[in-house]
Design a protein around this ligand. Structure first.
Ligand code: NAP
Length: 303
């Protein structure tokens, strides 16, 4: 199937293009980006031009930041194309619901992808937790914004989500693996004095789960989740890639190279079966953190 990739930046070049090139399902047939291109692939700068010029391309994958994504997704759906969205699927919940209605009207697939759910140990953690009672849990998601997102000012603008850009990955795993639903009871968000989005957040969930997200972590980086259950302890480390049961290694592999091939295989299955996969739960928790959270002002941040 022919696919167009929109927003040729960091994640498109790091993950989407290699995953598409290695896939038996997909042919990367066009790109849409103001300046980014992929050698050997027809390049457009406006979505409207690509949609008009290439009726043979039935699927559009969006790797843009969340704020400019809606207009592009809407144009692609209105043109009858199937659409795959990077995480977070939009800048607001209501706009993703509008896309969902449009996809249903048009009879095409919409996929809100969550790449961290495809990490090596997530499925095994979900299987282990099934049927157990989670008594408490803690998430530590602390990384260095300067190392992973150099110069990406959009992350600290309104709609960029700040530390929730990585933190939502933890919430996508949380909502996938737990045997029960979770909801937020409180949050504290730290906003740099010169930015519109938080650089750190501490969350409390009703289910005795807490989370600590921080974008200022220098040195070793931490992407861990730990849970105590009625039948032992489980931990996911390195962003869902390594599993620990009762303090002992229990599988997984420390790589992120499997995540995007799995997303594109899923998208191929959704298109073939004419279905959509739309899950807003991780984003709902982020929205609730902004609603419920106490907002603190902290030191200015520059890349
Ligand atoms: P990025 O490199 O800053 O942006 C991707 C591309 O989108 C840019 O190169 C730019 O291409 C285009 N773009 C940026 N701002 C735009 C705007 N206001 N209007 C129109 N086009 C714009 O971002 P990224 O790191 O790839 O992240 C993109 C999405 O992927 C985000 O939702 C992020 O959460 C997700 N993601 C990122 C990573 C990561 O490690 N970076 C990992 C997983 C998921 P042109 O200038 O050529 O138009």
């Amino acid at each position: 199937m022919k696919i167009a990739l929109v927003g040729i930046g960091k994640i498109a070049l790091d993950q989407h293009v290699p995953a598409l090139n290695a896939s038996p399902d997909w042919e990367l047939a066009a790109t849409v980006s103001r300046s980014g291109t992929v050698p050997g692939v027809e390049a457009f700068t406006r979505i409207e031009d690509m949609l008009a010029a290439r009726p043979d391309i039935g699927v559009v994958s969006l790797a843009l930041p969340p704020v400019p994504r809606f207009a592009v997704a809407e144009a692609a759906l209105k043109a009858g194309r199937h659409v795959m969205l990077e995480k977070p699927p939009g800048a607001s919940l209501a706009e993703v619901q509008a896309l969902e209605r449009l996809a249903t009207e048009q009879g095409v697939t919409l996929y809100t992808s969550w790449h961290s759910r495809e990490a090596e140990a997530v499925a095994a953690a979900k299987a282990w937790l099934k049927g157990k009672t989670v008594k408490s849990g803690h998430i530590t998601w602390r990384e260095d914004a300067r190392k992973w997102h150099p110069g990406q000012d959009w992350i600290f603008e309104a709609g960029g989500m700040g530390v929730f850009d990585p933190g939502i990955n933890a919430l996508s795993i949380l909502t996938e693996i737990l045997p029960m639903p979770v909801h937020l009871t409180g949050a504290e968000l730290d906003f740099p004095s010169n930015r519109a989005a938080p650089i750190a957040a501490r969350l409390r969930f009703a289910q005795a789960i807490t989370a600590d997200f921080d974008f200022r972590q220098e040195g070793p980086q931490t992407w861990d989740m730990e849970f105590i259950t009625d039948q032992g302890d489980i931990a996911l480390r390195m962003g869902g890639n390594l599993l620990e049961i009762n303090g002992k290694p229990a599988g997984g592999e420390n790589t992120i190279m499997g995540e995007y091939p799995a997303l594109y295989a899923r998208m191929a299955g959704l298109v073939r079966s004419k279905t959509s996969d739309i899950d807003l739960r991780p984003m709902m928790l982020v929205a609730d953190a902004f609603t419920l959270g106490q907002h603190n002002r902290v030191e200015a941040f520059e890349f």
